[in-house]
Design a protein around this ligand. Structure first.
Ligand code: FAD
Ligand code: SF4
Ligand code: SF4
Ligand code: SF4
Length: 352
């Protein structure tokens, strides 16, 4: 396309639809719905839809990580896990959290402690209502809602649709927990100057992520192959090439490969394993099922983590720099596999 033609192209929902949503690059992060100043985007069945008159402000295009990825075509550093200033391994000291969380319960403990001591007054989290394969984003305003949101949901989740709830509830100190795609779009939203996008989130907590899955296809796969009803599950886990499902009859597993039909299309273009845009990234690869590996990336992340250390709620060891290579080897391996294996997105010229 010529430069003149590019300049004439309008930055609006039609552009986002044509260049991101229709071709299947969308990650269902929810960012576009959140930033639309006239509320005409609605994520319906995990797909952003236009439900009213678009005023061509361009906010949904500016916030979208996949649109940016297509425009910028940034060089991929295959070995990189992003900026890290401190590294920890360990778990929560709070017994009830350890027993009811995904791994070491560090994420829930950070949120809970910060809420209890009024370091935050809200947390964007992902809870569930019917089953763990149906994530439900929410702005948690109390400790109980933070606790209920623990454990991983391995299915697509538009958590960012709840960003406007922060403004509506007049919360001033907020943390957001999300996958790498959520934390990247959230970073875009925080930096944007568009109308309606004046969001403030104090702490971005990112989770490691290899992939996410389509909820209905995933439920069908486990029902047909394992005879499992998703509603009966207490916990789902993903490790060593398998998914594990814990329910009233014990633990059942299935190879991740056998679930490939449910892998979300938008995840096939994903270049971020370790949530490189977060203030703190948390995963468990390389440290055992009941522990976390914690990457402190920014001063904000360090402030939140140091606060929890001071409150004596974490049983963690600091990894000295000369041991980083060894401690991060497993994470680096997965990150490299992800970056190398990602499908490339065709370039696109920005309309601006
Ligand atoms: C889709 C997905 C894929 C993952 N893949 C890997 C991986 O390959 N390797 C690895 O080491 N770790 C992976 N993780 C991270 C891991 O499962 C744990 O979330 C992490 O170790 C934190 O454990 P925790 O005990 O501190 O979490 P908890 O204390 O139990 O807290 C979990 C938090 O995760 C949030 N959450 C749950 N599901 C979602 C979701 N779908 N989207 C956004 N937020 C959510 C909740 O709001 C909650 O606050 C993945 C997580 C998810 C959700
Ligand atoms: S990736 Fe996120 S911001 Fe982009 S279209 Fe999809 S939901 Fe909207
Ligand atoms: S954010 Fe702006 S460009 Fe996008 S749908 Fe809403 S009004 Fe249209
Ligand atoms: S693989 Fe990437 S796009 Fe998919 S859910 Fe994880 S972070 Fe988001």
């Amino acid at each position: 396309m010529s430069n003149t033609a590019t300049k004439k192209r309008r930055s609006n929902f039609a552009l986002l639809n044509r260049e991101v949503i229709k071709p299947g690059y969308c990650t269902s992060c929810g960012g576009c719905e959140a930033v639309c100043p006239v509320f005409v985007i609605s994520i319906d069945q995990l797909v952003p839809k236009l439900i009213g008159g678009c005023i061509s402000c361009g906010a949904c295009v500016d916030v979208c990580l996949r649109y940016k990825q297509r425009v910028e075509q940034a060089a991929v550093e295959e070995e990189s896990l992003g900026e890290i200033i401190e590294l920890y391994k360990g778990r929560s000291k709070l017994e009830d959290i350890k027993d009811n969380s995904q791994n070491g319960g560090v994420v829930t403990t950070l949120l809970l402690t910060a809420m209890r001591k009024e370091k935050i007054d809200g947390a964007l989290v992902t809870t569930h209502i019917s089953d763990l394969l149906g994530p439900v984003p929410m702005l948690a305003l109390n400790e109980l809602d933070i606790r209920k949101a623990s454990k991983s949901k391995y299915t697509l989740n538009p958590v960012l649709i709840k960003l406007p709830a922060i403004k509506l509830s007049h919360k001033e100190k907020v943390a957001c927990v999300g996958l790498p795609c959520h934390t990247e779009t959230l970073s875009n939203a925080i930096e944007m100057k568009n109308l309606g996008a004046d969001f403030r989130v104090d702490y971005k907590i990112g989770l490691f992520c290899m992939s996410s899955y389509n909820p209905s296809t995933f439920r069908n796969i486990i029902s047909q192959n394992l005879g499992l009803d998703a509603e009966s599950l207490y916990k789902t886990d993903c490790a060593r090439g398998k998914f594990f499902f814990v329910g009233p009859d014990g633990t059942t597993d299935i190879k991740i490969k056998e679930c490939s039909e449910a892998k979300a299309e938008g995840c096939k273009y994903c270049l971020d394993f370790s949530a490189e845009f977060a203030d703190i990234s948390v995963g468990n690869v390389g440290v055992g099922d009941d522990s976390n590996i914690i990457l402190i990336r920014t001063e904000a992340g360090k402030a939140l983590f140091d606060f929890a250390l001071k409150e004596n709620v974490l049983d963690v060891e600091k990894v000295e720099k000369d041991k980083w290579e060894e401690s991060l080897a497993a994470a680096k391996k997965l990150s490299t596999i992800k970056k190398k294996g990602a499908k490339s997105l065709p370039p696109i010229e920005s309309p601006k």
